[in-house]
Design a protein around this ligand. Structure first.
Ligand SMILES: [Zn+2]
Length: 48
C-alpha cells in the first residue's frame, strides 16, 4: 500500500466509503470534523 504518512484517508463516518468510492462532504458533529457521503447525507437530513 502506498499510504501517505500522517494523513488518514477521509471516509464516510456512517458507511466508511472513501472519497475514491463516493462523493464525500465535510461536516461537523460533536466538535469533530467528519465526512459523510452523498448516499448517507439524506439519512442525516431526515434524522435517521
Ligand atoms: Zn456513507
Amino acid at each position: 500500500m502506498a499510504e501517505k504518512t500522517g494523513k488518514k484517508e477521509n471516509s464516510c463516518f456512517i458507511c466508511n466509503k472513501t472519497e475514491h468510492q463516493a462523493v464525500l462532504l465535510a461536516c461537523r458533529k460533536g466538535g469533530e470534523d467528519l465526512h459523510v457521503c452523498t448516499r448517507c447525507l439524506p439519512m442525516l437530513i431526515h434524522g435517521g
